[in-house]
Design a protein around this ligand. Structure first.
Ligand SMILES: [Ca+2]
Length: 301
């Protein structure tokens, strides 16, 4: 810990603003033990004492407090803790590249700017039954295209997801070149199977009729990922393997067709589409996906 920072008062955490490769991020200078000792709902105050965010009370379950951003053996290269009250446009687009706000896969949402909001320390994607842009639903997304991409590293999200038929939240990576595939899906959930985390990667291989798109998905059955608790999902991606973690436990490993090019990150709440099917009368709207943080690291040499 730097020694020129003010000492935290009871119930406070001091956050240090660091800069790496021209990108700024916040580093909580606290131990896991101190963090665990903080009361739920503790006030978290930024170093400049201008912004204060209140930790959201957790209700029941095992949901741990968010881990500190520092990880031994890794350098944080990109992070958003969503501590402000607007989306940080130095890090994010609220659309696909070139302002595209719809997507393939028969998805039914228009990614409206108002579908992605930042409040109370969370990035919120709100899906609603509302016609816009030729689609019957609006929702939200972010992508770091044109702002951040990285080859290899650890890519992590802490989030909770909405339950309901036709809802399709995801955190994933796409190539900076926009030549698809490859694709790494850190996590996808379909809202009618809330305890299944889909862990996938996509590639292209030669076959009859040309180079075809191929993918592999591991379905990890775990707790209800659409309940009150937040969960973390990460990949550690290197030249020879991709390892998927759910709540910091390895759940899948791929050692073939590993992408070897810089990729940007996306998070979104899709509605409808080939994977989840269409929403039905039981699907609750508005449906909200909340993201506590997105962090990217590079392994230290
Ligand atoms: Ca946060």
């Amino acid at each position: 810990m730097r020694d020129d920072l003010p000492k935290p008062r009871a119930g406070e955490v001091i956050l240090d603003i660091r800069e790496v490769s021209g990108r700024r991020f916040l580093t909580p200078l606290i131990s896991a033990a101190l963090l665990a000792s903080l009361a739920v709902g503790a006030l978290v105050r930024w170093q400049n004492h201008q912004t204060a965010a209140t930790a959201r009370p957790q209700t029941g379950g095992v949901a741990a407090a968010p881990s500190p951003a520092e990880r031994p053996g890794w350098t944080l290269t990109f992070a958003d803790e969503f501590g402000g009250d607007t989306l940080d446009t130095s890090r994010w687009l609220d659309s696909y590249p070139n302002g595209e706000r719809t997507h393939s896969n028969n998805e039914q949402q228009y990614y409206a700017p108002y579908g992605a909001t930042v409040r109370d320390g969370y990035l919120c994607f709100t899906a609603e039954r509302r016609s816009e842009g030729g689609m019957p639903y609006t929702s939200g997304m972010v992508s770091s295209y044109g702002k951040f991409a990285q080859q290899y590293g650890r890519f992590e999200i802490r989030a909770r997801f909405p339950k309901g038929k036709g809802l399709w939240p995801a955190f994933w990576l796409l190539p900076e070149t926009r030549a698809w595939p490859p694709e790494i899906d850190v996590v996808e959930i379909v809202g009618h199977k809330p305890n299944e985390a889909l862990l996938s990667h996509h590639w292209r291989e030669s076959g009859a009729g040309g180079r075809r798109h191929v993918w592999q998905t591991k379905t990890f059955t775990g707790p209800d990922f659409c309940a009150e608790d937040f969960h973390t999902f990460a990949v550690e991606w290197g030249p020879d393997e991709i390892v998927w973690y759910v709540d910091d436990v390895e759940r899948h490993r791929a050692t073939h067709n590993v992408p070897r090019e810089p990729m940007y990150v996306l998070a979104n709440l899709a509605v409808g589409g080939d994977l989840p099917g269409m929403p039905d009368e039981t699907t609750p709207f508005p449906a909200v996906m909340e993201v506590d943080y997105i962090r990217v690291y590079q392994r230290l040499p």
